[in-house]
Ligand binder design. Structure first.
Ligand code: NDP
Length: 233
């Protein structure tokens, strides 16, 4: 069955890999983008998830184009790394706005259609850092940990309505987010039990499972895709 999908942050990195994977299985996939052009072959809606008005307009546009959103993947995310002692409040808030409150804005809107149809799949892209913490990422880790509590609460609220809410916690994945780091830091991150960084497509595979027709009894799950980096956390 072809489902109507919205992937935030679907223009790059993990979001794009997920969007392409779901499109390849026959879903109708829209992605958000903030600047430039959307990726070829995918329906793009301009949307900054920190802006409630833009989120509302984007969801309406997607619904007009391909019908009510049945699968929502929130991959839009950002870091603003700083050690806590030198982190101004503005820098603490920024990742919360995108990673967590962005998810809240999107979820409320797409849930309406899912509740009407009594079918839906929500997937939130968190991080291994949510559970392990990371020096310089108190803001990011807090936003990603909160996303787990958020998803599990939603899972409990709408579970009987055919809607699931799950979380993936990627470890270090080779995308633009890591490209800004020093070579030394990347090498350090690549020392996962699997011995390398992850690929966006590997996270996309987990998202494909969680959003699939067969995953109706899988909800509130926190699924690591991290090469073992989070083992024990
Ligand atoms: P990228 O930096 O490649 O992509 C980030 C994506 O988020 C882009 O599509 C970007 O859009 C979008 N985005 C950021 N801020 C906003 C916003 N305010 N509104 C709309 N879109 C926004 O990173 P990844 O693909 O690696 O990251 C995807 C998700 O995976 C993030 O949530 C990240 O935290 C998480 N993650 C990544 C890991 C990694 O190692 N790469 C590890 C664990 C989790 P634009 O092009 O407009 O900037």
């Amino acid at each position: 069955m072809s489902r109507s999908v919205l992937v935030t942050g679907g223009n790059r990195g993990i979001g794009l890999a997920a969007a392409r994977r779901l499109a390849a299985r026959g879903d109708r996939v829209a992605v958000t983008y903030r600047a430039g052009e959307p990726p070829e072959g995918l329906f793009g809606v301009r949307c900054d998830v920190t802006d409630a008005e833009q989120v509302g307009a984007a969801v309406s546009e997607v619904e007009r184009e391909q019908g009510p959103v049945e699968i929502m993947v929130h991959s839009a995310g950002m870091t603003r790394d700083r050690l806590l002692f030198s982190m101004p409040e503005e820098d603490f808030r920024a990742p919360l706005e995108t990673n967590l409150i962005g998810a809240y804005r999107l979820t409320r809107l797409v849930l309406r259609g899912m509740l009407r149809r009594r079918w839906g799949r929500l997937v939130f892209v968190s991080s291994v850092v949510a559970l392990r913490g990371e020096a310089g990422q108190a803001n990011y880790a807090a936003s990603k940990a909160a996303l787990i509590g958020f998803a599990r609460s939603v899972a409990r609220e709408v579970g009987t309505k055919g809607i699931t809410a799950n979380v993936v916690t990627p470890g270090p994945v080779d995308t633009d987010m890591l490209a800004v780091l020093s070579e030394e830091r990347r090498t350090e991150l690549a020392r996962t039990p699997v011995g390398r960084l992850g690929r966006p497509e590997e996270v996309a595979a987990a998202i494909a499972f969680l959003t699939g027709e067969d995953a109706g009894f899988v909800t509130g799950v926190v699924l690591p895709v991290d090469g073992g980096a989070g083992m024990g956390a």
